[in-house]
Every structure is written in C-alpha cells, then in structure tokens.
Design a binder for this molecule. Structure first.
Ligand code: GDP
Ligand code: IMO
Ligand code: MG
Length: 422
C-alpha cells in the first residue's frame, strides 16, 4: 500500500476511523502522530461499535502494529482505560501497541486550565473537548512539559511532578479553582506508569527500521484541516498540526518516505465546537440529527451540520497535498431533494474562491451555492460505483472535481462492507 498519510479534509469527524480500519487491511503499521484523546474515531466491525481516542484504529485488525507517536499528547489514565476497555471485549492490546517515549503527558492541571480558560472566554469560548489538549501542547511549546520517558522513570517522576503541581496550583488558586493534591495525582499517575511502562519505547527508531524493511505504514490523522493550529480557523482550532506535515513531525518519518496522502471528507460538512462554518444550515442539521446521526464520538455534543463546502476542501487539498479522496456518509443525503454545494464565498461585494484568514471576514461570508438534484434512493447496499444511482455518482464526481483530487473511496454506511473502491 506504500506509506500513506490519512487526514481529515474538513473540521474533524469525517469518518477517518472507518477508512483507517478499511485501509489497515493492507498496512503493517498504523501510527497516530498528533492530537490526544480529544479525538473520537468510530469503527464498526459487524454490529460491534468501537470508539478509539488515543489508540490507532488499526488495533482492531489482527497482526498489525499500532504506534502512538511522539507528536501525540497522552493522558495516561485515559490510555489505560482505553486499553482495558478493548481487552475486555477481546481485542488484543499487548506487544502490538507501542507508545513513544517522547510524547508529552496530559495532567489534571491541563484539563482544569482548559476548563478555566473556556469559562473565562465566555461567549468567545472555543468549545474544546476539555481534555486538556491546549494547555498540554502549550507546556510542550514552552518547554516545561513532562514526557512519557519522565512518567515511566520511577526515580525521576516524583520530583518532577511535585514541581509541576506546585507551579500549577499557584495558577489554579489565582484563577479561583481548586488546587490539586500532589499525593492523589502521584498515586494515580504512578499506577498508570507501571501499567504503561512495557509499551513505552523509542518509536522513531522502530518506525525507521520498519520503513527500511519496506513495511507499509499508515499515518492516522486526528481532527481535521480546519482545526489545524496553523491552517485552521484560528483561534477556533485544536493545538496540533492536523494537516499532512504533522504526520512527519509527529512520527519522525521524513517527508520523502511518504508516498501518498488520502483526504477523508463527508459528502456534507459538520463541525463540533465554536467557530465559523460558512455552509451551516438548519434544514440539513435537523435532517441528520433526526436520523440520530452527527453526535460527537468523544463528548456526545450535537455536531453543527451544513452543505458541502468545496472552497474549504479545495484548500485542504492544497495544504495537505491530497492525492486520493475518501468520501463518506454519502447515504446521509439519500433523502434530500435538492443538494447545495458551496463553490465560493461572498462578503458584501467581494468574492472569495479561497478561505480568507481573517476570522471576522470568514464569519461574515455567505456561501455561493450551486444545486444538484438529489437521488432520493437508498445507497446503503451499493457494492460498486456503478450500483449507485446516476445522480449520486454525478454528485460524488462533482465534489471530487471541485476538491481537486482523485476519487478513491465512496462510503455509503459505517460498516466495512459499505465501502466502494472507485
Ligand atoms: P472520525 O473522527 O473522523 O473517525 O469520525 P467519527 O467516528 O467521529 O464520526 C464519523 C461517524 O460517521 C461515525 O459514527 C462513523 O461510524 C460514521 N460513518 C463513517 N462513514 C460513514 C458512512 O459512509 N455512512 C454512515 N452512515 N456513517 C458513516
Ligand atoms: P476527531 O479526530 C471534531 C474540536 C473541539 C473544539 C476544538 C478544540 O474525532 O476528528 P480541543 O479539545 O482539541 O482543544 O478542542 O477542536 N475537536 C474536534 N472536533 N473531531 C475531533 O477529533 C476533534 N478534536 C477536537 O470540538 O472545537
Ligand atoms: Mg471523531
């Protein structure tokens, strides 16, 4: 399959987990390279539903190696819970999971600071997942974070944590929040460290050895292009590079070893949390929510929904270098009579064919739509592209062309078998 980077081309929740699970069949190693347990990747195997937060979705396939790379921020207690949850339902998690020793650790003060910052922002809040992601990456950038290598070092960890708790308690107190008990945090993290120690290793060396042997590596992106700290709708973004470059820095595998980039996008648009969403639309939101769809996999929040935005996905093709597209949730539009697709934005007299960086301008932008006739037939059972209704094929082809990349997968349901290779 060659070394493949898979990214979300919209605002997250594009169906990356499902596509990763499908592509893992041809891969040897699956690597998470950024984000943390803010991610929620849903995979169905038969009727069994799995939601992965930190562990690569490849874990559900036998004989595959899964790596949590150096670019990820890890909540160790969350990771232990996730491993235990998978083991309970019979999924093997042992020497098939490797965790980078240089990945940064998320602590309770990160979560508390995340929550405090959101409260203080009031109506300007980001709508974070409150998993402490921003403060943890903040510490990493400020060079004051602790890494997995510190966590699993029994001699070093106690002293390092004591300093961090003292320092952060002063901040929490100043914000009027309850300070943390060193004893409690230490006990919990010490226990998680003992549990995780066997998994923690130098994943950079391991990945290079695998690449040298010619193994196929799949890089599982989390979040989406417009949540990228550099290329997203800042400040309404997450704190990592969710775009293709993040796969290199977050794993230590260099750019020239990457063979292709797959962009995953829904046949419409969703976003969870605050920030601009030019094509947001109440009709399609109500339709999808009425079908019981589009509720967050991590926080359960209702996702905001809108029409397909080709200005955004074209931008995603540009910054990620997307070669192939996986279009998911095509079946979500099965009942729609007339489908709208955004092909440009208008702010007063000015027309934009790209995503403006000024967040105030983007928030004011009105979408320019073209209409497509809906197919109004169920697509869920289609096994080949030919079996899709002609109007559906025309729509899927049109949004691929507008996005500027090759159509690779058309997904018509959450199941593995509901995947059409084009
Ligand atoms: P991720 O974060 O990108 O992995 O996406 P999520 O798992 O958060 O959200 C995508 C949702 O869409 C999940 O509930 C998937 O099971 C579901 N899904 C993925 N592809 C399809 C599809 O083609 N059709 C339908 N009906 N559901 C899909
Ligand atoms: P997956 O990998 C969708 C959003 C949050 C919020 C913003 C910042 O499942 O696609 P954070 O907690 O990261 O500081 O929140 O980013 N967000 C996601 N939205 N899918 C995700 O992950 C997300 N991870 C974070 O809702 O708007
Ligand atoms: Mg998700």
């Amino acid at each position: 399959m060659a070394n493949t980077i898979l990214v979300g081309a919209q605002w997250g929740d594009e169906g990356k987990g499902k596509i990763i699970d499908v592509l893992t069949e041809q891969a040897d190693i699956v690597v998470r390279t950024q984000g943390g347990n803010n991610a929620g990747h849903t995979v169905f195997v038969g009727k069994q539903k799995y939601v992965l937060h930190l562990i690569p979705s490849g874990i559900l396939r036998k004989k595959k190696t899964c790596v949590i790379g150096n670019g990820v921020v890890i909540d160790p207690i969350g990771l232990v819970t996730e491993i235990e949850g998978l083991r309970k339902i019979g999924i093997k998690v042992s020497d098939n999971l490797l965790v980078s020793e240089t990945a940064h650790v998320v602590f309770p003060y990160h979560r508390e600071l995340d929550a405090q910052r959101e409260v203080r922002k009031g109506k300007n809040k980001i709508g974070t997942t409150k998993r402490g992601i921003g403060p943890a990456y903040g510490d990493k950038a400020a060079r004051v974070g602790l890494r997995m290598i510190d966590l699993v070092n029994a001699e070093r960890f106690e002293e390092k944590l004591r300093l961090k708790i003292t320092e952060n308690n002063a901040v929490l107190k100043a914000l009027g929040a309850t300070p943390l008990s060193f004893k409690q945090v230490y006990a919990a993290y010490r226990q998680a460290a003992d549990y995780l120690r066997p998994f923690v290793t130098n994943t950079v060396v391991l990945l290079h050895d695998a690449v040298r042997r010619g193994e196929d590596v799949l890089f599982e992106g989390a979040q989406g292009t417009f949540l990228d700290i550099d290329h997203g709708t800042y400040p309404f973004v997450t704190s990592s590079n969710t775009t293709a470059g993040g796969a290199c820095t977050g794993s230590g595998v260099p750019p020239h070893k990457m063979d292709r980039v797959v962009g995953v996008m829904k046949a419409y648009t969703t976003r969870v949390g605050e920030g601009p969403l030019p094509t947001e639309n109440a009709v399609i939101s109500d339709l999808l929510h009425g079908m019981g769809r589009e509720f967050g996999a991590t926080t359960g929040r209702a996702r905001r929904c809108g029409w397909f935005d080709s200005v955004a996905t074209r931008h995603a093709t540009m910054v990620n270098g997307i070669d192939d597209l996986a279009i998911t949730n095509i079946d979500g539009l099965d009942t729609v009579e007339t489908i709208q697709v955004c092909v440009g934005y208008r702010d007063g007299k000015k027309r934009y064919d790209y995503v403006p960086n000024d967040i105030e301008v983007l928030s004011r932008c009105e979408p320019i739509y073209v209409e497509f006739p809906g197919w109004q037939t169920s697509t869920e059972k289609a096994k080949t592209f030919k079996e899709l209704p002609p109007k559906c094929r025309a729509y899927v082809k049109a949004i691929s062309e507008l996005t500027g990349a090759k159509l690779f997968i058309a997904s018509v349901g959450p199941g593995r078998e509901q995947t059409i290779f084009v």
